[in-house]
Design a protein around this ligand. Sequence first.
Ligand SMILES: Cc1ncc(COP(=O)(O)O)c(C=O)c1O
Length: 415
Amino acid sequence: MGEYTLRCAGCGNLLIGGAASCPLDGGLPRADYIERRFNPRKLPGIWSFIDWLPVDGWNRSTGASSVTYRSSGLAAELGLDSLYISFSGYWPERGALMRTCSFKELEAAPTMQMLRDRKAGETLVVASAGNTARAFAEVCSITDQPLILFVPVSSLDRIWTTVEPGRVLVVGVKGDYADAIKLADVLSSRSGFRAEGGARNIARRDGMGTVLLDHVRRFNSLPNHYFQAIGSGTGGIAVWEASMRIIEDGRFGERLPRLHLAQNTPCAPVYNMWHGMGSEESDFDAYGCPEGMHDDVLFNRNPPYAVPGGVRDAVISSGERIYGIDNSRAVSAQKLFEMSEGIDILPAASVAVAALVDAVESGFVENDDDILLNITGGGVKRLAEDHSRVKLKCDLTVGLRDSEDALSSIEEIFA
Ligand SMILES: Cc1ncc(COP(=O)(O)O)c(C=O)c1O
């Protein structure tokens, strides 16, 4: 089981009592696991990495892992010798069994297990524009844990499960993802509720870090490059942290994989900040963000960019770059991937493919480099061939200004 002490990812200060933030510099909490060797166990899915997950137990019915394979189709199109694809989604022919079809399932399963281990009986509160909500709804329905989801009304169509929905309350928010986060924050500050925590949630990060661990388990070394589409960038931080643990083991390489993180322009706060451009809310309002994005799940107004242990530290420490991908490049990349690999992918994932195409064209990667491309979601069409989906009904709709009565009634229901 993943025994650890909690430390600040910035200054290394020991954090007590599951702190979400370092009192000295505000840095992200990071699990410092007692186990220093990479030693996957004979357990199903992500639970095989249990020594580096902040959980005591595991649940056989949850925890589907990503699948890593060596590409031939896309690799040939791009002239790459060693392109590895990490696929999070549903593609049983490759062994990928994530029925909610995105890497958010890697976050949901250990988060719910950690909550169960704590035995505090709290109800988890999650704000999401889609894929995260779906992942948590599925996992909580399987594990029979209560969950409250705050989802922008425009994203409600994305909330479905492949099992009978459990104790999941769906709150439709009249507003965008940022408004959903504000309302979730208000509710989770009340007694009996717990915020999921976003980038500050170590279970979430270490769950996503298993993408890198699966690559190392299968191919016995760290890749030279890692490509991913980001909104908050938490997956990038997670892979950086997992890589540091692997390097400490000493058997799989000494160099951190270079992080190539990609955002969908013009709604791209991390890209703007990295390139020294303004990232004011008003800039994005002027573009009407997230409207018109190739995938609006990639828009996060407040990413953990400058916080100690956050995205900026990860990219500086690992080297490489943050890409701005416009819709037309993302559309072409999606077609290229689906045609060459033979599986449908979520639009968000195509932004990472476009970044890889850009890197190849610009000479940022060599043909014989080991490259890990994270396809963060896919297989929705493939899933429809095997499983039916249950759309979750919206239990109530609230706006930022008229939320108090609704929040009080939720408190009563879940008290
Ligand atoms: C499929 C997919 N890829 C990538 C991302 C970006 O993840 P993050 O916001 O953690 O950077 C998301 C976010 O929801 C997603 O759903």
